[in-house]
Design a protein around this ligand. Structure first.
Ligand code: HEC
Ligand code: HEC
Length: 241
């Protein structure tokens, strides 16, 4: 084989390799749903609030479609739903909608999204909807929410924020024990500050920096500060943590 021919083959290989990669690149249904649909449809499962709804939540839409669109063969179910989504979003109408009359009256028919989203993108969106808004997943999420709601605040926060990666209640670890923090302070104010904004240099024997917990709610931060501060009182009576 001549050198020239070899390079030609190599070049062809590279080029087709490239185009193959391009067509294989998957559309991101989650990102597309967020970009193209979240202006009107709430995407949370379950939605945190139903106030100010301009459209049914995506969860409600998907459960609806799964309920109303029938297929004998379960593997055809997803494809039929995708087909409906691909059509409805471009060409919606009162007669096609599975929404009940009262909801249609209050929301109005969905405005066509023609020109704003392609059929391929809708395919990816429909697949994501089908996989995400799932009865079993919803059940698990609700059970998890109920489990967390039943826990005392401090226990839930310890679990969710992993405070115990660094802190122990009674013993110093890489961070001071909660009981020694409790003994050092007489008000929750500095504790709230430190949890919110992080802390460093206040505890001489600890080199580590405590990161800020920006995503915690004020209620959780205040509850945690109060729980820590009160540990010294429980300690006197040898109460548990
Ligand atoms: C401008 C607001 C708006 C946007 C943007 C929007 N929708 Fe809707 N959509 C609605 C409203 C309102 C309804 C309820 C009335 C109806 O069924 O037409 C609805 C209904 C639907 C339904 C039918 C539900 C049923 O039970 O029949 C589907 C499917 C749907 N939307 C999918 C989408 C998807 C996917 C996107 C993003 C590509 C999207 N929508 C973007 C407002 C919107
Ligand atoms: C990555 C390790 C780490 C994690 C996780 C961590 N902390 Fe800390 N924490 C520290 C260190 C280190 C200090 C001591 C910082 C210093 O010297 O100022 C500290 C100090 C504190 C203090 C005392 C601050 C002060 O003002 O004296 C409080 C209160 C506290 N942590 C609460 C918490 C709570 C509540 C959580 C979970 C929401 C948590 N920490 C998670 C490392 C951690």
């Amino acid at each position: 084989m001549s050198m020239r021919y070899f390079y030609l083959l190599l070049l062809v290989g590279l080029l087709t390799g490239c185009t193959e990669n391009k067509t294989e690149k998957k559309l991101d249904g989650e990102a597309l749903l967020e970009q193209k649909c979240s202006k009107c449809h709430n995407l949370d499962m379950p939605p945190k609030s139903y106030d100010d709804e301009v459209a049914p939540s995506m969860m409600a839409v998907t459960f609806h479609l799964k309920d109303f669109i029938k297929a004998n063969d379960p593997s055809a179910h997803e494809a039929k739903i995708a087909e409906f989504v691909e059509d409805y979003v471009i060409d919606p109408s009162r007669s096609k909608s599975f929404c009940d009359k009262a909801s249609l009256d209050s929301y109005g028919v969905m405005p066509s999204q023609k020109g704003k989203v392609t059929v391929d993108e809708l395919g990816a969106i429909a697949k994501y909807m089908y996989d995400t808004y799932d009865n079993q997943k919803m059940l698990k999420i609700m059970q998890e929410q109920q489990r967390l709601a039943r826990m005392p605040l401090y226990q839930r926060v310890l679990e969710q924020q992993r405070c115990e990666n660094c802190h122990d209640v009674n013993k110093d670890k890489v961070a001071p024990s909660f009981i020694s923090i409790s003994k050092k302070y007489s008000s929750t104010k500095p504790l709230i500050e430190s949890i919110k904004n992080g802390s460093k240099g206040k505890w001489k024997n600890f080199k580590l920096i405590m990161p800020p917990f920006k995503k915690m709610t004020d209620k959780d931060i205040e509850g945690m500060a109060k729980w820590i501060l009160e540990l010294k009182n429980k300690d006197k009576t040898k109460g548990q943590k």
